[in-house]
Design a protein around this ligand. Structure first.
Ligand code: NAD
Length: 360
């Protein structure tokens, strides 16, 4: 059965890093008969320049008809003066909501070869491999009512609503438990159930859903403690699941434990594990076109795609091991370079991963 991947390279370094991910995926496609087909479309500033909108209908149609979406990055100074409705970032928000991508997976992996890139002590972070599952389409970022008003005494007041229905919690719970099953079978649900009714319900539903996954060990933690534990002893966690806003904050904290933004992939999934896969970094306009961007976050994003959408764990493992081998061979793009290493370009890093795949 043919599997279709919509490829949206986007802006800035997007086309450079996506080309390397496709290079890696194309090699495996042939080597393992994965039956993948790729189709390109424009998004973000590039789409605005061509069609006057960051998310053209044909791009959206392609994504809806595809089994997975690979995205580079969008945005750049050229489009900053545009009205909000047509800014490149709108293209991303549009796809997320149109495809119902409610489950955001943000792994934080620290490769032992890059342990010095972290601001934390090596013994605290070395070997770190955790996954944060963030609810992406509900909670306080979307809850109604929201707004600002003038109170009777003339003072300005602003308000948002943190609201979750049982079904919204249930679906992110299933998503997180399934991910935990594919990893070390440990799930920590993060809430503020001692203060907020909405997360009291979160905790109740997580516990109920947990009964359907007896092989996964579920624990609960308050968000303030979780933030503290993430920088104190992050290796205690395997998979964490949390609300939209808590996840926004905790996933950035976790990402920075690793210290290298060019290494971190992400996935956003719907209820059927269809997903959009992208590096967590942006379009890096400061280095675009120079051939020096690190493509590993995007290459690792396609490994996630193989694991979570296509259930090709062996292929995903091979990519992750090949990245490890490339790092062992001391090749480094400029952002992760240190003395004694071999500085390589974006495409040379892609080649190094393919060569490692050939040897594996
Ligand atoms: P950024 O992530 O693009 O860059 C931050 C810094 O990290 C820069 O110095 C950049 O050179 C470096 N960097 C990022 N990715 C790298 C890589 N793969 N290899 C080497 N170095 C890398 O964040 P920013 O500068 O705040 O934003 C730039 C543009 O990207 C803005 O228009 C922003 O809106 C957009 N953005 C897009 C996304 C997305 O598409 N998902 C996410 C964040 C920001």
């Amino acid at each position: 059965m043919t599997r279709k991947i919509a490829v949206l390279a986007g802006d800035g370094i997007g086309p450079e890093i996506v080309a390397e991910a496709i290079k890696v995926l194309s090699f495996l496609n042939t080597d393992m008969n994965l039956d993948l087909v790729f189709e390109n479309a424009l998004i973000g500033g590039a789409a605005y320049d061509a069609f006057g909108t960051p998310l053209p209908q044909q791009t959206l149609n392609l994504c809806k008809n595809a089994d997975a979406v690979l995205l580079g990055a969008v945005g750049g100074p050229k489009w900053e003066p545009l009205a909000h409705a047509v800014r490149p970032e709108r293209g991303l928000l549009g796809i997320r909501s149109e495809l119902g991508l409610f489950s955001n997976l943000r792994p934080a992996i620290l490769y032992p070869q890059l342990v010095d890139a972290s601001t934390l002590k090596p013994e605290v972070v070395s070997g770190l491999d955790l996954m944060i599952v963030r609810e992406l389409t509900g909670g306080i970022y979307f809850g109604q009512p929201r707004g600002t008003r003038i109170m009777e005494n003339g003072e300005r007041q602003a308000f948002n609503t943190k609201i979750y229905s049982e079904s919204e919690i249930r679906r992110i719970a299933h998503s997180a438990f399934k991910i935990a099953q594919k990893r070390n079978k440990k799930l920590c649900s993060v809430d503020k159930a001692n203060v907020l009714e909405v997360t009291e319900l979160w905790r109740e539903v997580m516990t109920e859903v947990g009964k359907e996954y007896p092989d996964v060990q579920l624990s609960h933690m308050y968000v303030d403690n979780a933030a503290m534990q993430l920088v104190r002893a992050p290796k205690q966690f395997d998979v964490m699941v949390t609300t939209n806003m808590f996840g926004d904050i905790l996933s950035d904290t976790a990402a920075m434990l690793t210290g290298s933004i060019g290494m971190l992939p992400s996935a956003s999934l719907d209820a059927n594990a269809k997903g959009m896969y992208e590096p967590i970094h942006g379009s890096a306009p400061d280095i675009a076109g120079k051939g020096i961007a690190n493509p590993l976050a995007t290459i690792l994003s396609v490994a996630m795609m193989l694991r979570y959408t296509f259930n090709e764990a062996a292929a995903a493992d091979r990519i992750e091991q090949a990245v490890n081998s490339a790092l062992d061979a001391k090749v480094r793009t400029a952002d992760i370079y240190s003395e004694g290493m071999i500085k390589v370009s974006t495409s040379e890093m892609g080649d190094a991963v393919v060569n490692a795949l050939k040897g594996a």
